[in-house]
Design a protein around this ligand. Sequence first.
Ligand code: ZN
Length: 468
Amino acid sequence: MRRAVAIAALALAAAGCWGTPPLPEPESKPPDWNLVLLSIDTLRRDHLSFYGYERDTAPNLAALAREGVVFDDALAAFSATAPSHASMLTGLYPDAHGIRSNGRTLDPRVRTLQEILRDRGYHTAGFISGWTLGRATGLGVGFDVYDAPLDKARPQRPADETWAEARRWLEALPDATPFFLFIHFYDPHYRYEPPEEDALRFLPPGTRLRPLDTKALRDPARYGSIDPETQRHYVARYDGEIRFSDRHAGHLFDTLRELGLWDRSLVVVLSDHGETLFERERPADHGARVYDEQIRIPLLLRLPESALAGQRLGDPVHQVDLFPSVLELLGLPVPTGLQGRSFAGRLRGEGDPDPERARFSQAVTKPTRLRHIPETLRDRAILSAIRVGDRKLIEYPTRAGGWYRELFDLSRDPGELANRADEDPELADRLGAALAEWRERGGGDAGEPLPALSPETLEVLRSLGYVE
Ligand SMILES: [Zn+2]
């Protein structure tokens, strides 16, 4: 078996795919690497230079990309913060881990990455910037420190504050024991209010930044009322938030180097979901749709000693893969019963890509944000999508108890504008059957409305733009 693996790795190296030293074998002696997981909320993949964006929004992440592996095809489990983070940290889809929308709690029977690493002797700490990932989610369990001082009065904090706390923790760490550091930056999330100079660098010299008209962004009656020049200012604001987050990501990487931890640390950077920016009728949005600008995510992995530097992996991967992959790369056993699959073997040059792998994503229906869909849409229920290669089917629960379908051919229609469900009912049925089977296996979500949230929770979600 070893020999076959070695030969496969050699064959790939000879083909010019992987020319770097091998990574640890599964369940070999743990290499005592630290794990650093940086999640930048609402960060669109296509607003980063190493995924083709023309603006230099994230020079520090771009430098990390040159030292590590860039994943070209990664998907989010959900287009809202708490469900997708829980999927990263559990290897499960939302129906299985229990956080089926923002404002809900992790099933206490589910084991998280932080619990497993803590039980293995890791120091564990999470530094959180948005209320939606606060203690009430249950995600703090397993972290020695879960720094999330966020409440109704102040539901988010900027990256500089979060980073200052994380830095203090890192500097006080005893030597020699490995750690898991989870940092969450929230800045690209609405509202778009970066330091002005970070937005202005993306507008012509001498421009005065236009103020944010929050009503026009949030009021369904005013969707479409923002003129093109103002839209450019808002996108510059969003890109400025990325630039601001990136500066603090750079401080993190520099500090790891200064403390001598860089070459003993596995660094993962990704986002929980993307953002719609004027492509649809509701501008500045996520959480209620699963179009690609919201569910294709950036994913970067930097290995100790920059193994595999500059490589790109085109395999279809998913947030639920992170948990098993990280455990395997750390040389630790991977629990059974996960819904994600490890990509660590592929990084070692083993196996073949699986371009026909089925991947799933979800959101919560909000009919005011989906006005192109018939009025029959059920409110506050789960909508689901399946993606196989370039084919994607989305199913929206209707009030009558059935599904409204959208089918897209992403190779010809990457903007998901032309619904082909009526043109190709045979393909829609085939993907629909696979989606139904997954729903049944994942815990059975038949499109029923979600249980109501408390008025306090709704109030905070409204301030963060999730609820009208
Ligand atoms: Zn989020």
